[in-house]
Design a protein around this ligand. Structure first.
Ligand SMILES: NS(=O)(=O)c1ccc2o/c(=N\O)[nH]c2c1
Ligand SMILES: [Zn+2]
Length: 257
């Protein structure tokens, strides 16, 4: 199966997923000077209910915190999107060292980690159905930069001991994902895709300009996860990021000057 290694990594994905070479692939390099300020963009509205947090899973590509998404209790609206999108999960991508790890870049600058909060459009019956639609998903991307330890991340990191290997999961109750957001909700937005197979071109990307902090010790905790299952040869879960893809004429908008 696909992965991030030399024989199954991003440069091989188009063999099984030809959309990898499609017109609206993600991530991209964000060049702020090439963004169009759009005054019609509404403020982002994020309403998350901490009791919707359900479990945390090692899926062999990242960790993901899954949410109960059968009601409109944790939602995203406003910004570039119409209607209401439900929070399904969040996960991260990170590097083997602090100078790489993010998927989106800004003027070519890579961050050590990038957080993705994944939402699906409630005009469709489920995440799976929405993921097949051009307006089906909205992912909020948040950059992590090296600095002070982030207390909101700590609960996630503390659970890693019980999900070290692929397929492990554990309960994860009472978590407010809003604590992972920076003070400013200024954002760039563009039409893109999932950044992992199946690479579906169904994502409205909303990338926040302001980063949140993570300490070097906290980054080492991410790197303690494993790609493989228990008993398989140990392989540190690092460098689980797809590099930037061609913009192919897409418009990049900003809700700030
Ligand atoms: N990395 S990403 O673009 O946020 C993302 C979000 C949700 C996803 O679901 C996936 N397969 O079911 N891949 C995937 C990537
Ligand atoms: Zn992601």
């Amino acid at each position: 199966g696909w992965g991030y290694g030399p024989n199954n990594g991003p440069d091989t994905w188009s063999e099984e997923y030809p959309v990898a070479d499609g017109p609206r692939q993600s991530p991209i390099n964000i060049i702020p000077k090439e963004a169009t300020f759009d005054p019609s963009l509404k403020p982002l509205k994020l309403t998350y209910d901490p009791s919707d947090a359900k479990s945390i899973l090692n899926n062999g590509h990242s960790f993901q915190v899954d949410f109960v998404d059968d009601t409109d209790s944790s939602t995203l609206s406003g910004g570039p999107i119409s209607g209401v999108y439900r929070l399904k999960q969040f996960h991260c991508h990170w590097g083997g060292s602090d100078e790489r790890g993010s998927e989106h870049t800004v003027n070519g600058v890579r961050f050590p980690c990038e957080l993705h909060l994944v939402h699906w459009n409630t005009k469709y019956p489920s995440f799976g159905d929405a993921a097949k639609e051009p307006d089906g998903l909205a992912v909020v991307g948040v950059f992590l930069k090296i600095g002070a330890a982030n207390p909101s991340l700590q609960k996630v990191l503390d659970s890693f001991a019980s999900i070290k290997t692929k397929g492990k999961q554990t309960s994860f109750g009472q978590f407010d994902a809003k604590t992972l957001l920076p003070p400013s909700l200024e954002f760039w937005t563009y039409d893109g895709s999932l950044t992992t197979p199946p690479l579906l071109e169904s994502v409205t990307w909303i990338v926040l300009k302001q980063a949140i902090s993570v300490s070097p010790a906290q980054m080492e905790k991410f790197r303690g996860l494993q790609f493989g299952a228990e008993g398989e040869s140990a392989c540190d879960m690092v460098d689980n990021f797809r590099p930037p893809q061609p913009l192919k004429g897409r418009l990049l908008r900003a809700n700030f000057k």
